[in-house]
Design a protein around this ligand. Sequence first.
Ligand SMILES: [Ca+2]
Length: 111
Amino acid sequence: MTLRGLELKQMLTVKTGKGDDFVQLSNVINSGETSIVTGKGTDLIQLVNSTLGVVSEVNTGQRDDEVHIRGVLFGDSTFLDGGDGFDIIRREEIFDALITNFEEDFGDLFV
Ligand SMILES: [Ca+2]
């Protein structure tokens, strides 16, 4: 699922449940909370060129997942949780973020 070019001022919740999921937010501006929970399955989440305000939560749940973050301005509270499994995050520096349960944390940017 791809959300592209959106401007929101409300809670944005993406919940995908079982299965292998792809979630991409690209050029999204949200002044409300953002929550992405992908549950079981091997998931790929990409947050690109976006501004996410207030609280942002990403939880990739069970299995081996990957999170990519590039060009994202986060708000005050950011929680990135890989959950169970062997999880990989590729990101730039994120201030005031709690980043947990990622077995590999790369500073290099993805293609
Ligand atoms: Ca996981």
